[in-house]
Design a protein around this ligand. Structure first.
Ligand SMILES: Nc1ncnc2c1ncn2[C@@H]1O[C@H](COP(=O)(O)OP(=O)(O)OP(=O)(O)O)[C@@H](O)[C@H]1O
Length: 356
């Protein structure tokens, strides 16, 4: 229902978005994830018709809505936008806010659609209130109801949860996902928070410096990252210094890691490699001879995130262990490596072994 083909967005000579290609099916929720300044909002603005594109094409359904020197106006795109600050009209009641975009509808249809979307977001009881009489989460639900009321073909949301506290954010992200799925509305959400992205999206695009590194589901981003940037940006992990040994396996401070020969395409014996080790790849194992020592720990209720040092290595690794295995700093315990997916990159010139 939406596709972007190799689009560039420029501000003067500055290339803010560089050859981005992605597609969204009807009813799918996509998310653009990346650090500040990577180009997320620029893409959203181009989709809404606020920003021209310098190269490529944007299709909505089968219609070209943007191409160089041709930008169909926002009001002709059947797109709704939910902004970061909700942008509700303070002097209008909830009902009036929602009805605002329905001025072309017949009066009876208008009222029934307002009632319908208020019910959808669970705020029927607040129809006569004013925005200042609502909590942040309620205001965001009303902003969503207002955006959904005209039945847009595509909903765009720019950092929709950023002004809410962390706990509410993830909960609201899940609720909004349920609401969008119920309406079968396609949506593209911008965020820099991966938990939000995981909670709301079917498909997530990771951007950096205007380039789309991967457009995939959350599982693939975490377990099969396409680039070192995605591996670093999504989830926690450590890039462990390793080397392709004579047997075609990887040698590292945790021992020898078996490698399927097909994975060694493009690598050679003796090559220095960075092997991604996630906290859930490292298992607590009392019977193991591989002993690690606690450098730091962070209690997380069901689990403890340990940062561990390994004898003979300057690098540390992370281990997510069930919290009944409670060890203090400087204590040691046995670990075992259980790599479901081998993620490795040729060693770059930048310093490796970063721990986050
Ligand atoms: N109107 C503009 N004129 C010049 N440069 C701009 C303009 N708008 C954005 N930029 C630049 O383009 C790049 C991408 O900006 P954009 O707002 O799309 O990033 P973002 O990923 O949404 O960032 P954030 O998460 O901080 O909102 C940034 O380097 C920004 O400074």
């Amino acid at each position: 229902m939406l596709s972007l083909h190799n689009i560039d967005i420029r501000y003067g000579n500055f290339l803010a978005v560089d050859g981005v290609t992605l597609a969204l099916k009807q009813g799918e929720i996509g998310c653009l994830l990346g650090p500040s300044g990577c180009g997320k909002t620029s893409i959203l603005r181009a989709l809404a018709g606020f920003e021209p594109i310098g190269k490529g094409k944007i299709f909505l359904r089968n219609e070209v809505v943007s191409k160089p020197n041709h930008t169909i106006a926002p009001e002709h795109r059947h797109i709704s936008v939910v902004f970061q600050d909700f942008a509700l009209f303070p002097h209008m009641s909830v009902t009036e806010n929602i009805a605002f975009g329905l001025h072309k509808w017949k009066k009876a249809d208008r009222q029934s659609r307002v009632d319908e979307v208020l019910q959808l977001v669970g705020l029927s009881h607040a129809s006569n209130r004013y925005p200042h009489e609502l909590s942040g989460g309620q205001q965001q639900r009303i902003a969503l109801a207002r955006a959904l009321a005209p039945k847009p073909e595509l909903l765009l949301m720019d950092e929709p949860f950023s002004s809410l506290d962390a706990e509410l954010r993830e909960e609201l992200a899940k609720d909004i996902r349920t609401i969008l799925k119920r309406e079968n509305t396609s949506a593209l959400v911008v965020t820099h928070d991966q938990n939000e992205a995981f909670a709301i999206a079917d498909v997530i695009g990771v951007l950096n410096d205007g380039k789309l590194h991967q457009w995939d589901d959350a599982y693939a981003l975490y377990h099969k990252p396409a680039t070192r940037f995605v591996a670093d940006f999504v989830g926690n992990g450590v890039f462990l210094n390793s080397r392709v040994n004579e047997r075609g396996n990887l040698s590292c401070c945790l021992g020898e890691v078996a490698v399927d020969p097909s994975r060694l395409n493009g690598f050679h014996i003796g090559q220095e490699i960075e092997l991604l080790i996630r906290p859930d790849d490292v298992e607590y194992d009392e019977a193991s001879n591989l002993i690690a020592t606690v450098v730091r720990r962070s209690f997380r209720g069901a689990n403890i995130m340990y940062e561990l040092s390994i004898p003979g290595s300057e690098q540390t690794i992370l281990c997510l262990a069930p919290s009944h295995n409670d060890h203090a700093v400087n204590e040691s315990f046995g670990i075992r490596l259980d790599l479901a997916h081998l993620v490795m990159f040729a060693k770059p010139s930048m310093p490796a072994g970063k721990v986050r």
